[in-house]
Design a protein around this ligand. Structure first.
Ligand SMILES: [Zn+2]
Length: 905
C-alpha cells in the first residue's frame, strides 16, 4: 500500500511532496538543548508507539567499498496517532545534515536533538498530528572495518566488499528509523554504487542507470512489509553461481560470492533448492519472496535470514571440493535449512518484540532438524539436535539462566536474547510438544498460525492459540516452560505393589551442586514413557503438573523389566531413576533403548553427577558399558562423563591412573581407527575418528598417537593432502599441545598463507596450546599486531586459556591489555572476554575475575549476564570438585585392581 495525501486539491505522491518540502525547509544539526535550556528527553528502551509509527520507507544510499563513510537520505511516511512536538527515532553513529517534515500540506520547522546512543530526536516548532506526515532526513553514516553490525566492509582477495547486518539493533546505524521488530512496513531501497560493481538487496532490481561519473543508480523493487532488521544490502565485485530454481513459483536461486570464488559454491548450489522444496511441503505455503540470493560474507561467523538475500559466513556456505568435510556438508545443510525456514517463520511472520524471539530462532532450529532429517535421514542429525538440547539444559541449570520469554528491559537483554536458551531450549520445547500432540496435529497448528499472521507480526500467545485451538491445556503447559527458567528433574520409581504397575513421579527444578537457587518452580510436563508389554513396547503420556503423581502403566501384563521415563528422548526434562530402574535399562547392553534414549540417559547420568545424585566414581564405572556401543554418538556422549576431568577434579597423584582409565575405554578403538582413514570405512567411522583418537592422544597422552600426529601435522602444513580433512583439526591440536618451537614457527608461517578461514581459525587456536609458556607468550604477543585479523587471532588467547599450564598467561594477557583489546576488537566484544577465565575452578581466581571484569565487561551489551554466568560456572565447578573428588579418588585408586570396575556397579 502506498499512502497518498492531498496538497490543495491535487493528490500527490510522497516524492513530489518531498520535493516541495525540500525547497522550503532545510534544518541543519542544531542542538535544541543549547537554545531552550530544556531538552526533550529521549525514550527509554522503546519508541512511543502510541504517538507515531512508520507507514513506508524510501532509503537512498551511496556506498563505495574502501571508504569509511556513506551518505544517505531517507523518506519516511509517518502516521501520527496523536499530536506531538518531538519525533523520536532510533539512530546511532549517524550525522544528520538536513531534516524536514511535511504535514497537512505544510512544512514544520525541525531541530535535531542528537543523543549519544540509540536515538535522535526531531523537535517541532509547533505540534504536529494526529494524521499523516512525511519526514525527510539527509545524513552521513559509517562503514565499519572492524564491526559486522550496521553497514560494514570486509576484504577478500585484496578487494573490499560491503555488506549489512542489522539484527538486532544495527539498522539504526544505516538510517534513522523505527528500529523495533514490531514496525513492519514496505521499504524501497536505492543504491548508488560504482558502475563496475554489483549491488544487491532483498528484492529484484527495478532499474539500473549510469550517472556518468563512474557511478550508477540501482533502484530495487519495493519490499513486502519488513521490520528494519531484515533489510539488507551487498556491494562489490561479486560473482554469481546459478543454483537453478526452487519451489512452486520456480524462484531463481543464486549463490553470491566474492570475485573468483564460484568454484567453492557447488555444494550450496546443489542443495538449496531441495531444502526450499521440503520447507514448502511442510508449511503448505510457497516460498514467499520473488528471488533467493544466498550471499557468502568473508570472516563472518553467522548467517542471517534476510528475505531474498540470505547471508552466510563464507566458511559456512563455501567449501573447496578437495577440502570439503562430511561435517561441512551437515553443518551447511543445517544452517541453510534454519535460515530458509526463517523465510516463513521469522520473515513472513515476525515476532512483535524481542521477548518472543524464540518464535523465530527456536522454531527455525527445530524446523532445520526436521528438514535435514527428511533430506538425509542417514546423517541422524536429530542426535546433533538432541546434543544441543542437552547443552541448553546445562545452561538452564544456572540461577543466572534466562527464561525463554525473558522480559526485555535494556539493550543488554536484547543482546542476551540470542542465546542457547532461545535457540535450543526453544527448539526442544517445540519438539516435546510436537511429540506429545502428534506431528500432524502440530503441523496443522503451525499452518493455521502462518496463514493468520502472514506479512504481520505475532506473539507467543498468538502462536499457542493457533497451535492447539480450543485445547487450552497445551498453551498452559507450553507457557510453564516459556515463562520460568530451569529444567525439571523428574524422579521415577516403579511400583508393582498391589494391582497394576505404576510409575511414581515427582518433579523439582534441576539444580547443580553449589547452586544458590531455591526450587519453587513447577512445570506442566508432558511425560511420555515406554515399557515392554506382551510382545512389544507400549507408550503412555500424561501432562504431569503436580509435585508428585502416579502414572498407571495400564497396558503392562506384569511388572515391566524396564521403563524408559523419557520415551524417545523427546522430553525437556532430566530423569533420576530410583530403585533398580537404571539396571533394568542397562541390561543386555541397553538394547531396550533407542539411540536417542541412550544418548539422553548418558547425558542425564553426567548431569546427575553434577547435582550430587550420582557419585562420579559410579558414573565412571558405568561409562565403559556404553563406550563399547557401535554407534559413534553413544561413544562420544560417554566423553561428557569421562573427559575434561584432569584439571577440575582428578588429584595430581592419580593423573596416571586417569590416563590409564581413558586408555582402557577408548584406546583400542583409537588405535584401530588410527589417524588415517581406511578405504572401506563408513561415514560413522570417519566422524568418530577425530573425537576418539584426539581424546586418547591428548587426554590419555598416548605416546604413539602423539608422535604420529606431530609428523602428520608437519606434513599437512606443507601439503593439506597429507591428512584426511575430517581429522585435520584434531591432528593440529594434538601436535600443538605437545609441540616445540620449530613446529610453532612452521605453524605460524603456514597460518599466514592459509586461505581457508576455518583452517586458519584452528591454526590460530592451536598456536595458543603449546606447553612451553615462552612459546605461548610469543603467540599472545601476535594478537594485538596486524599479522592476522584480530577477529581470528583472538583465538590464540582462548587456545592458551584451554589448559592449566598456560591459562594464567591468557587471563593475565586479557587483564593487562584490556583497553587495547576492546579498542581493536568489534564493538561489544568486551562482553565475551570474561570467558577467558571460564576454565578456572578455584575461589581465588573467581574473586579476582569478578573484581576485574565488574565495571569493565559489564559496560558492553549483554556483558552483565555473561559475566554472571561465567562466575556461576566457576562456583559450580568448585562445589563439584569438593563433592565429587572423594568418590573419583576412591574409584581411581582401586582402578586396574579388578575392584574399581566391579565395585561401583
Ligand atoms: Zn535464526
Amino acid at each position: 500500500m502506498r499512502m497518498f495525501r492531498t496538497l490543495g486539491n491535487v493528490a500527490v505522491s510522497p516524492s513530489l511532496t518531498l520535493a516541495l518540502a525540500g525547497l522550503m525547509m532545510a534544518i541543519v544539526d542544531v542542538p535544541a538543548r543549547a537554545e531552550t535550556g530544556e531538552a526533550p528527553t529521549p525514550p527509554k528502551l522503546r519508541l512511543p508507539a502510541e504517538v507515531v509509527g512508520p507507514v513506508h520507507y524510501a532509503a537512498d544510499l551511496t556506498v563505495v567499498p574502501d571508504q569509511d563513510t556513506f551518505s544517505g537520505a531517507i523518506d519516511i511516511q509517518l502516521n501520527f496517532k496523536q499530536s506531538a512536538s518531538v519525533l523520536w527515532l532510533n539512530a546511532e553513529k549517524v550525522k544528520v545534515k538536513e531534516a524536514v517534515l511535511t504535514a497537512g500540506g505544510a512544512t514544520v520547522p525541525l531541530k535535531v536533538v542528537p543523543e549519544d546512543k540509540d536515538y535522535v530526536g526531531f523537535a517541532l516548532a509547533s505540534p504536529v498530528g494526529p494524521g499523516p506526515a512525511m519526514l525527510h532526513v539527509a545524513y552521513q553514516g559509517e562503514i565499519s572495518r572492524k564491526d559486522m553490525q550496521g553497514i560494514f566492509q570486509v576484504k577478500d582477495g585484496g578487494q573490499w566488499y560491503i555488506y549489512s547486518q542489522f539484527e538486532n539493533i544495527g539498522a539504526r546505524q544505516a538510517y534513522p528509523c523505527f528500529d523495533e521488530p514490531g514496525y513492519k512496513v514496505p521499504w524501497q531501497l536505492t543504491l548508488h554504487v560504482k558502475s563496475d560493481q554489483v549491488a544487491l538487496s532483498n528484492t529484484p532490481i527495478l532499474s539500473e542507470t549510469e550517472s556518468g561519473d563512474g557511478m550508477k543508480t540501482v533502484k530495487f523493487a519495493e519490499t513486502p512489509p519488513l521490520p528494519s532488521y531484515l533489510v539488507a544490502l551487498a556491494v562489490g565485485h561479486l560473482d554469481f553461481v546459478d543454483a537453478g530454481t526452487a519451489g512452486k513459483k520456480n524462484t531463481r536461486v543464486r549463490i553470491v560470492v566474492p570475485h573468483g570464488r564460484g568454484g567453492e559454491a557447488k555444494y550450496a548450489a546443489e542443495t538449496t533448492p531441495t531444502i526450499v522444496n521440503l520447507l514448502e511441503n511442510y508449511f503448505g505455503i510457497p516460498y514467499p519472496y520473488d528471488k533467493l540470493d544466498e550471499v557468502a560474507i568473508p570472516l563472518a561467523g553467522y548467517a542471517m535470514e534476510h528475505p531474498g538475500l540470505v547471508t552466510y559466513g563464507a566458511q559456512i556456505i563455501l567449501s573447496k571440493p578437495e577440502e570439503q568435510t562430511l561435517q561441512h556438508q551437515r553443518e551447511w545443510s543445517s544452517v541453510a535449512a534454519h535460515e530458509l525456514a526463517h523465510q516463513w517463520f521469522g520473515d513472513l511472520v515476525t515476532t512483535a518484540w524481542w521477548d518472543d524471539i524464540w518464535l523465530n530462532e527456536g522454531f527455525a532450529s527445530w524446523m532445520a532438524n526436521k528438514i535435514v532429517n527428511q533430506y538425509h535421514p542417514d546423517w541422524q542429525m536429530n542426535i546433533s539436535e538432541l546434543n544441543s538440547y542437552q547443552g541448553a539444559m546445562e545452561n538452564d541449570g544456572l540461577v543466572s539462566a534466562r527464561k525463554v520469554r525473558q522480559p526485555i528491559e535494556s539493550d543488554d537483554d536484547i543482546a542476551n536474547a540470542f542465546d542457547g536458551i532461545t535457540y535450543n531450549k526453544g527448539s526442544a520445547l517445540l519438539n516435546m510438544f510436537e511429540n506429545y500432540m502428534g506431528a500432524d496435529r502440530f503441523r496443522e497448528g503451525v499452518r493455521r498460525y502462518l496463514a493468520k499472521y502472514a506479512w504481520k507480526n505475532a506473539t507467543s500467545a498468538d502462536f499457542l492459540a493457533s497451535l492447539a485451538g480450543d485445547d487450552t491445556s497445551i498453551g498452559a503447559a507450553f507457557s510453564s516452560f516459556l515463562d520460568q527458567p530451569g529444567v525439571p528433574l523428574v524422579t521415577a520409581t516403579l511400583n508393582c505393589q498391589g494391582g497394576a504397575p505404576k510409575l511414581e513421579l515427582s518433579q523439582q527444578r534441576f539444580l547443580p551442586l553449589g547452586s544458590q537457587g531455591g526450587a519453587p518452580e513447577r512445570w506442566k510436563v508432558p511425560v511420555c514413557v515406554r515399557y515392554p508389554a506382551g510382545s512389544g513396547d507400549q507408550r503412555e503420556c500424561m501432562l504431569f503438573d503436580q509435585e508428585s503423581s502416579q502414572m498407571a502403566l495400564a497396558k503392562a501384563t506384569s511388572c515391566p523389566g524396564w521403563v524408559e521415563a523419557n520415551g524417545g528422548a523427546n522430553g525437556y526434562y532430566r530423569v533420576l531413576y530410583q530403585g533398580g530402574l537404571v539396571d533394568g535399562l542397562l541390561k543386555n547392553d541397553a538394547s531396550a533403548l533407542t539411540l536417542p534414549e541412550k544418548v539422553a540417559l548418558i547425558d542425564d547420568i553426567a548431569a546427575l553427577t553434577g547435582n550430587g545424585s550420582i557419585p562420579l566414581g559410579r558414573a565412571l564405572a558405568l561409562a565403559p558399558e556404553f563406550a563399547r556401543d557401535p554407534e559413534r554418538q553413544v561413544v562420544t556422549k560417554t566423553m561428557t562423563i569421562t573427559t575434561g576431568l584432569e584439571d577440575r577434579v582428578i588429584p595430581n597423584d592419580l593423573a596416571l591412573k586417569y590416563h590409564e582409565y581413558l586408555e582402557r575405554i577408548y584406546g583400542a578403538r583409537a588405535r584401530q581407527l588410527g589417524w588415517k582413514p581406511k578405504p572401506s570405512e563408513s561415514d560413522n567411522e570417519r566422524l568418530l575418528r577425530p573425537n576418539v583418537v584426539a581424546v586418547v592422544a591428548i587426554e590419555a597422552q598416548d605416546g604413539d598417537l602423539i608422535a604420529q600426529a606431530k609428523s602428520l601435522a608437519q606434513a599437512w602444513l606443507d601439503d593439506h593432502k597429507a591428512v584426511d580433512p575430517e581429522v585435520a583439526d584434531s591432528v593440529l591440536v594434538t601436535a600443538a599441545k605437545y609441540g616445540d618451537r620449530p613446529f610453532f614457527d612452521h605453524l605460524r608461517a603456514a597460518a599466514k598463507r592459509e586461505q581457508n578461514e576455518d583452517l586458519r581459525r584452528t591454526m590460530l587456536f592451536a598456536m595458543g596450546l603449546f606447553p612451553d609458556p615462552e612459546i605461548v607468550k610469543l603467540a599472545l604477543s601476535i594478537v594485538l599486531t596486524d599479522e592476522f585479523d584480530i577477529r581470528q587471532s583472538l583465538l590464540i588467547v582462548f587456545g592458551a586459556a584451554r589448559f592449566p599450564p598456560t591459562r594464567d598467561l591468557a587471563y593475565d594477557f586479557v587483564k593487562q591489555n584490556w583497553d587495547a583489546l576492546t579498542a581493536k576488537l568489534p564493538t561489544d566484544s568486551g562482553a565475551y572476554l570474561p570467558d577467558v577465565a571460564g576454565g578456572y575452578c578455584d575461589e581465588a581466581h573467581r574473586q579476582d575475575a569478578a573484581s576485574f571484569f565488574q565495571g569493565r565487561s559489564t559496560k558492553y551489551s549483554g556483558g552483565p549476564r555473561n559475566l554472571a554466568q561465567m562466575l556461576e560456572g566457576i562456583d559450580l565447578c568448585v562445589a563439584f570438585k569438593k563433592a565429587q573428588q572423594p568418590s573419583v579418588t576412591e574409584f581411581l585408586k582401586s582402578y586396574g585392581t579388578g575392584q574399581g570396575e566391579a565395585g561401583a556397579r
